[in-house]
Write a protein of this length. Structure first.
Length: 252
């Protein structure tokens, strides 16, 4: 479904292929971020006054779930010999003494603690267990287009779109279209796209938003008039279907 963002019909048709066809990193980076989507995901939502009404902005504020690559420390208050530090495996599993292999991916720390208490209830006395996340291995977004250093950026707590762009070296001031920054997010196989206006001070525009893991942030050179059509043509179609499939099944 097309969503017309502005009345001006200046085309971005000649811009994007220059970057995606000549930069392997851009294609690889984008494909690695399109997790959980299919080769032609559907757009969701309607637009009103340039805003995507159901763009999942709250996703960045949702409880943090564990994921493969995260490093955690399992601490036993009364049984320190059972303390264990390890990285969550690509299959989402960890291995603990006395209980063996357990699946922890997609769980919150609180849910994991509760599960461990139950698992160890008949194994040890006073199973007071706390999980500490030492590092997050897959909390990144991709920033591309008219920025100094296109590529992955590590997300900090409540990082905004502007902060993510600055982490990628900032805008190319001579060419970047700050008023049409595109944020692409995939949730449950559905693709959401939103234009973010960073041309005005954020305090005045109120248009900046928090970045979620695996978001794609693209700073274009020219004006974007139909964001869904633009994303479908210049983001989706430059990544061959086999690459999408590879990204999906090797990054979960």
């Amino acid at each position: 479904m097309k969503r017309v963002m502005e009345d001006n019909t200046v085309s971005a048709r000649t811009e994007v292929p220059k970057y995606f066809s000549s930069t392997a990193l851009a294609t690889l980076g984008l494909s690695l971020l399109l997790i959980g989507c299919v080769a032609s995901p559907d757009f969701a939502g309607q637009t009103k006054n340039g805003r995507t009404q159901d763009f999942p902005e709250t996703l960045a504020r949702a409880p943090v779930h564990l994921a493969p690559g995260d490093t955690i420390l399992t601490k036993f208050a009364y049984w320190p010999e059972l303390d264990q530090e390890q990285q969550i495996r690509p299959d989402g599993m960890i291995s603990l003494q006395l209980v063996g292999h357990i699946y922890v991916a997609d769980m919150t720390v609180e849910a994991l603690d509760e599960s461990l208490h139950k698992l160890y209830a008949d194994k040890i006395k006073q199973p007071d267990i706390t999980t500490i996340v030492l590092s997050y291995g897959n909390r990144r977004a991709y920033v591309g287009g008219e920025v100094a250093r296109p590529g992955f950026v590590d997300l900090t707590d409540k990082m905004t779109t502007l902060e993510a762009v600055m982490s990628a070296g900032g805008f190319e001031t001579a060419t970047a279209r700050l008023s049409d920054v595109v944020v692409i997010r995939h949730v449950d196989g559905t693709r959401y796209a939103k234009l973010v206006d960073l041309a005005q001070p954020v305090a005045d525009s109120g248009s900046d938003l928090l970045v979620a893991p695996r978001d794609i942030i693209y700073v274009p050179r020219t004006r974007i008039t139909e964001v869904n059509q633009w994303v479908d043509q210049y983001i989706s179609r430059v990544i061959p279907a086999p690459v999408w499939t590879y990204a999906i099944y090797t990054n979960r």
